[in-house]
Design a protein around this ligand. Sequence first.
Ligand SMILES: [Ca+2]
Length: 290
Amino acid sequence: MPTVAGTYNYDVIVNPGNTRLTGPRLEIRYQILQCGSDGKYDLDETSTAYLSCFGIADDKVKWDINRDDGTNFNIGSCSWSGRMCGYNYPPYEIRRLDYSTSTLIVKQNLRNSIAGTVICGGNPNKVSPRCKVRVVYKADRLSNCMASINLTALDRKDWTVKASCDVEKMYASDGNYSCYWIVPDGNGIETQEKGSLSTESFVANTTAYVRGTCWIRNLPIPTVAGTYNYDVIVNPGNTRLTGTRLEIKCPTNKWRCGNNHCIWKDWRCDGEDHCGDGSDEQNCGVYTQR
Ligand SMILES: [Ca+2]
């Protein structure tokens, strides 16, 4: 369903003929402003929730919620003339501060109050927008991070990097958790690789949270010597958190160039630029060409 107010044509293409024929029209009069284009909104449980219903204003805008636990709740409605109005029904409050926008405020008990599908609308004959509100607590810290090189392969080109971090505290009302590693390639390009996340529940101050361990194995090893950051993106929140650092050295049978690339030791001072920056042909002392 479109999340932006407007009138939408749903036409039909019929075969044979590949003919486009006029179908029904759908009018969306309201829009929940905070809702993403995917029809979802992540709400931090430590904040007060403000959900604004904007639209071609009817006199009254009503708010409903279909909660994740299966219960439905009609929060109330609010007319323009009433302004500060509707049901002030703790933890819910509805305000209508201008003609086009009605705001639902949820100040407390966010998890129990608003985790679910929030619906706003006026005229019962019109389609009302829905927004899937997920209540989250975003992790702000990783601990016990480590990254290391798996040395079991005989050839250095087959060596891999493995990494692990603990995610201290997070929560998502839909139970959907994931993590991604930021993986450096040694040439300044970072990619994201999905990590494996194991989780366990715990309670802090009578509230349930989840802690997790995010790990990954068999990452390609950077080919350029240097110190690399392995950070982690944690969901819920899509938050990038500082993970761990890994130092990559040149193997003992290779020479480290000025640009940190590793070349065979024999390639130093042989008259040809192997590093790419010429550093393997610098400071070579007196050398005579015949
Ligand atoms: Ca050379």
